[in-house]
Design a protein around this ligand. Structure first.
Ligand code: FAD
Ligand code: DLZ
Ligand code: SF4
Length: 509
């Protein structure tokens, strides 16, 4: 039997041109794809997230086979499934004469540690290829960050604009004269019959089998499969991309921060699961958005706003994740210790904003950015929830969540757990902001204008209590000078009342 090269492809490496395949000989390679219990349950991933990943993996395996690759696909319920990546590699080495392993680097520390162990363990060479689906290499980010006091996304983003040439004019200046049009992107949304809707993809037989398997094996995991809506093939993901570009992108900018009752998607892309698992190419997506701008089909604030999310935020959080190291997940700058309330898993709360964001998450494995940041994230922050527990919840419940992207967003941006590496101030707010950007408060049993008492919006007292509780750590932040001034101007009695109100509420959690 000829000696072969083993190429494991992980569940977030579903790109046909993944770097581990570059220059490889189809007749001399075995691709290995594995559904394994260890990956599906190292945290309790949402049922729909597992179903999405397995269904997309199965369809991708079929694509690779049709492209002439020899693919071995291990299903979760195969009788000899060992349950782990390393176990399945060992079994594949037994089955074939393998002389080397070649794999694209994993997206997180945990899996990288496994892969780095394989060479010693199996006694054959293991080549780890850089993941070239990002604009910035790890080294690009380290070089940019080197010697800087503050690592602000905005400046990194400008580097990425220069590197890609996206939305630059002939002289290399930003289109329209400004790098960032975020200030145009803060409109509250009204009901609109023309609101775009993402495509609800119909499951084929393969996906139906996956849904049955997941319902059977992961019944203890959060979330429901009843509204499973994801694209699971490259072709379907492209259709959702076109739907977004045609129908939602023109207003993406305007309503980026808006929230509306029973409208889970608004003008968002609903593309992150596909971009993160490899079904869509992020740079190609940005080029198409840019083209729509040059063709006069979308305004600059929409095109720039979208491109910033991908080559700015997405690349930046990845850089932070790898630069900060594996202990980043343990940081807890504000020393927050309270347990995550049970309603994050049940959705049962009278706070309408939280009920909306959490229930749609349990139903769809999706919430848009401002719900994640200013509803579930903001509440956990001002209630003093342990950021590690908050991180695990986000990693579990969103179909787009992989640690490299989820952790910096949750622990850094949303919970200020890194003490301000990502965010220049905590994203904490009272009910006022939520009322301004949504219609949630008009449907709520709490009164958003009231600060204390049984009917008062809990976000109000919690917000002031959060500032007072953390004054030793946050009191010197320039960007919080104004709220601290307001706090100090309050009568002692008012301060007392707010703190009592917050304490009484926290008791009920
Ligand atoms: P849109 O709002 O339409 O944005 C377009 C695209 O930009 C997204 O598809 C995504 O690829 C990218 N993007 C936007 N914001 C970010 C960001 N902050 N970081 C990285 N990419 C971004 N995004 C994830 O992909 N995975 C996560 O696990 C994740 N966890 C988050 C946790 C918290 C607490 C917060 C505040 C944000 C998190 N985000 C995460 C970022 C963002 O909320 C999602 O990318 C977005 O909601 C996905 O929905 P969409 O495709 O409709 O995005
Ligand atoms: C998230 C996930 C899940 C739930 N299951 C699998 C799996 O069974 N097999 C697989 O190859 N990948 C899975 N994934 C995605 C991996 O966790 C992801 O590829 C690693 O986190 C590497 O970064
Ligand atoms: Fe949320 Fe407070 Fe508004 Fe109710 S009143 S929806 S709890 S912000």
């Amino acid at each position: 039997m000829a000696k072969k090269n083993l190429i494991p492809i992980l569940g977030d490496q579903l790109s046909s041109n993944i770097s581990s395949l570059h220059g490889q000989d189809r007749s001399n390679s075995v691709i290995l794809m594995m559904e394994v219990t260890e990956e599906a349950s190292y945290v309790k991933h949402h049922k729909a997230k597992i179903a999405y990943i397995f269904a997309a993996m199965r369809h991708h395996a079929a694509d690779l086979t049709s492209q002439g690759w020899q693919v071995e696909y291990i299903k979760l319920d195969d009788p000899d499934n060992s349950g782990s990546f390393t176990g399945e590699i060992a079994a594949a080495l037994e089955r074939h004469k393998i002389e080397s392993i070649r794999i694209t680097e994993a997206g997180e520390w945990r899996v990288m540690a496994m892969i780095e162990n394989w060479q010693d363990r199996f006694g054959i060479p293991v080549t780890i290829c850089p993941d070239d689906r990002f604009v910035a290499t790890h080294q690009d980010f380290y070089d940019w960050a080197e010697g800087k006091k503050q690592l602000r996304m905005e400046f990194f983003y400008r580097e990425m604009r220069r590197k890609t040439g996206l939305l630059l004019d002939e002289e290399g200046k930003p289109e329209g004269g400004k790098w960032n049009y975020d200030s145009d992107n803060r409109k509250p949304a009204g009901r609109d019959l023309m609101m775009p809707r993402p495509i609800r993809f119909r499951s084929d037989d393969e996906t139906r089998h996956v849904l049955e398997l997941v319902a059977d094996r992961f019944s203890e995991h959060p979330g429901s499969l009843n509204q499973f809506h994801f694209a699971v093939t490259h072709e379907e993901a492209m259709r959702q991309k076109r739907r977004f570009l045609d129908e939602a992108l023109p207003q993406f900018g305007d309503y980026q921060d808006a929230m509306l009752t029973d409208e889970p998607f608004l003008w968002h892309a609903i593309l992150s699961p596909y971009v993160n698992s490899g079904l869509l190419d992020p740079l190609e997506l940005c080029r198409e958005v840019e083209e729509r701008y040059y063709d006069g089909k979308v305004p600059l604030n929409a095109a720039e706003g979208f491109i910033r999310q991908i080559i700015g935020w997405r690349e930046y959080v990845r850089g932070i994740y790898w630069r900060e190291g594996p202990d980043y997940a343990q940081r807890n700058f504000l020393e927050a210790k309270r347990d995550l309330p049970e309603f994050y898993y049940s959705g049962e709360t009278d706070m309408h904003c939280l009920s909306q964001a959490i229930n749609q998450t349990l139903d769809l494995a999706y919430a848009h950015h401002i719900q994640r940041l200013m509803i579930t994230g903001n509440f956990a922050l001002i209630a003093g929830i342990d950021p590690h527990q908050v991180h695990l919840w986000y990693l579990e419940v969103y179909a787009d969540a992989y640690e490299w992207v989820e952790l910096p967003n949750t622990l850094g941006m949303s919970q200020f757990g890194d003490g301000g590496i990502i965010a220049s101030k905590p994203y904490a707010s009272s009910g006022n902001y939520i009322n301004k950007m949504s219609d949630y408060c008009t449907h709520c049993r709490f009164e958003v204008k009231q600060r204390t008492g049984d009917d008062a919006c809990p976000f109000n007292a919690l917000y002031w209590d959060f500032l007072a509780r953390n004054e030793d750590k946050l009191g010197k932040l320039n960007r919080l000078a104004m709220p601290y001034r307001t706090w100090h101007k309050m009568e002692g009695e008012d301060q007392q009342e707010l703190r009592h109100s917050a304490a009484a509420f926290l008791q009920t959690l």
